[in-house]
Design a protein around this ligand. Structure first.
Ligand code: PHE
Length: 359
């Protein structure tokens, strides 16, 4: 049982963060951490917030088995009453059974695979949009904006995120009158994509749907451009990392992705966040930092309303989040433990994404 908070004294809570702090998507965990730590500083300095947050971090090393260990450590050793994480859908899916069994609420700030909230059960929440939404956004964008009639789909086998986005894009694209010419698969960590690119070239689609993670995506686009393929690649939030440009070089320019956040947005809430973040870390925030920041604000709102650092009470308060203003949109928790947030389509520029349009 949590300590009851006396009137006006803040609720003290330990928030565990299960993140990819190292490994092939380690930059995502690091950026999430920066966003979460900035939010914690602000919340802890604000008497009106009504909570005092202690953060605990465990690194899942971008590894499915270690993600399970990480959440166990957070709950059983660090005594976290609520957990944020993970970034990648596969890692979240590996951790959520532990949240359910230990009855500690878990909030993913970034994992978009649709099955997560369904399979995770009552203790698993998501505070970002999911892949049925972003797949549809990009399929409609391809049809309406790029006037695409045909597409080739490239899936990263074994990555639930990539597989889910293949399905949702395919449905929306074909429902809208588009035709899928071919589907090809690659594996995590592959470095030579020549065989796949040759097949894409001979199918000659209007667009290539590539819902992968930045490491592989950068190499695929680079090798495709070197092989003479000119058509636009489209992707999802998994493209969002500066390494896309570091690994892919100038060939990255001129493609499109769906994202949660655009740092060029001039609404006051976003401007203030971008300024504070840039001042603290000397770099502009990407989607991951914004989502981490938002997640801690949602958790703090729930803990304050719960009135005590008790996992069940926090769970119930997360289920009733209402109109929490965050940098990626307004959060109201639905009965399916999902929220509805807008997406932004970005165009890849020379060295960073550029704003293209809101969806
Ligand atoms: N949505 C991705 C996944 O589920 C993770 C991600 C979120 C990556 C936001 C980048 C930005 O695997």
């Amino acid at each position: 049982p949590g300590k009851g908070a006396a009137a006006n004294s803040p609720v003290e809570v330990t928030v565990g963060c299960n993140l990819e702090l190292t490994g092939d998507v380690g930059s995502w965990g690091q950026d999430s951490r920066k966003g979460i730590e900035l939010a914690a500083e602000e919340i802890n300095a604000d008497p009106k917030a009504g909570v005092k947050i202690t953060l605990k971090f465990q690194d899942n090393n971008s590894d499915v088995a270690k993600s399970k260990d990480a959440i166990k450590k957070l709950i059983l050793q660090d005594n976290a009453q609520v957990v944020i994480g993970c970034v990648g859908s596969n890692y979240t899916m590996a951790a959520m059974d532990v949240a359910r069994d230990e009855r500690v609420p878990m909030v993913t700030h970034a994992s978009t695979n649709v099955t997560i909230t369904k399979k995770g059960g009552e203790y698993v929440f998501r505070i970002c949009f999911h892949d049925d939404f972003q797949g549809e956004v990009m399929a409609k964008f391809a049809l309406a904006e790029l006037k695409a009639k045909t597409a080739v789909l490239l899936v990263q086998k074994g990555n639930a995120y990539s597989e889910g986005l293949i399905a949702s894009f395919k449905k929306a694209f074909t429902d809208g009158g588009g035709q899928v010419l071919a589907e090809e698969a690659y594996q995590r960590g592959d470095t030579d994509y020549q065989t796949m690119i040759t097949k894409v070239n001979s199918a000659n689609p209007d667009v290539i749907w590539l819902p992968g993670y930045f490491n592989e995506v950068a190499l695929i686009i680079k090798q495709a451009r070197a092989a003479g393929l000119q058509k636009p690649f489209l992707g999802g939030d998994g493209w969002d990392d500066p390494k896309l440009y570091e690994l892919g070089g100038p060939s990255i320019k001129g493609n499109y992705l769906c994202n949660h956040f655009d740092s060029n947005d001039t609404t006051p809430k976003v401007k203030e966040f971008v300024e504070k973040y840039t001042k603290k870390y000397d770099v502009a925030p990407g989607a991951m930092a914004a989502l981490g920041y938002d997640a801690l604000y949602c958790v703090a709102d729930a803990v304050r309303r719960a009135g005590k650092a008790d996992p069940k009470a926090i769970r119930d308060a997360l289920a009733t989040l209402k109109n929490v203003e965050t940098v990626c949109g307004t959060v109201t928790m639905g009965p399916d433990r999902e929220v509805s947030k807008p997406a932004v389509v970005q165009r890849t520029g020379e060295k960073a994404h550029e704003f293209y349009k809101r969806q």
